[in-house]
Design a protein around this ligand. Sequence first.
Ligand code: IMP
Ligand code: MG
Length: 184
Amino acid sequence: MRKSSGFLISEDQIRQRITELASQIEKDFMGEVPILVGILKGSFVFLADLMRKLNMDVQVDFLGVSSYGKSTKTSGIVKILKDLGTSIEGRDVILVEDICDSGLTLKYIVDLLRSRKPRTIKVCVLLDKKERKVVNINLDYVGFEVPDRFLVGYGLDYGERYRNLPYIRELFPEELSEAESDEK
Ligand code: IMP
Ligand code: MG
């Protein structure tokens, strides 16, 4: 196995930051029972850790959307693969996502869910590639601002692999598929 030399967020750093995010959410939603909506598949690891740090009543649901496939570039096209199982009308929704890159995916989902008349919608992302935004999207809770590199681990995949890494790291050039490295 190759030693990591590029960008890395360790298990300890993730754990510590999630504890901070959770206490912020507890304060902001005191006395409410928000619905955490995880965007599949990337967010499930983050969501599972975040919700266990929340010392309050919450509900959980999931929204399945299409991803890039085996590519590191966004298509901007969002397809709903699995809809919510519960009504969010009049409810406080916290969208939970692994990473915001261009912002297109989250913008699409926020607009979609807003049409269902929740009381409030907040967005919680573990990672934000801030410099890559092409749309205006308000991120209420951000774990880490990250550089414009392709990251894997802790739920984040490349061609469905690496989601199970307990930390987040940069994809190594030799892990890129031949098709994509040829493009460069
Ligand atoms: P956006 O629509 O460009 O903001 O892309 C967001 C989605 O792209 C995320 O939900 C991820 O599934 C995926 N994505 C963006 N950047 C990365 C990355 O660095 N590693 C893995 N997946 C990523
Ligand atoms: Mg995703």
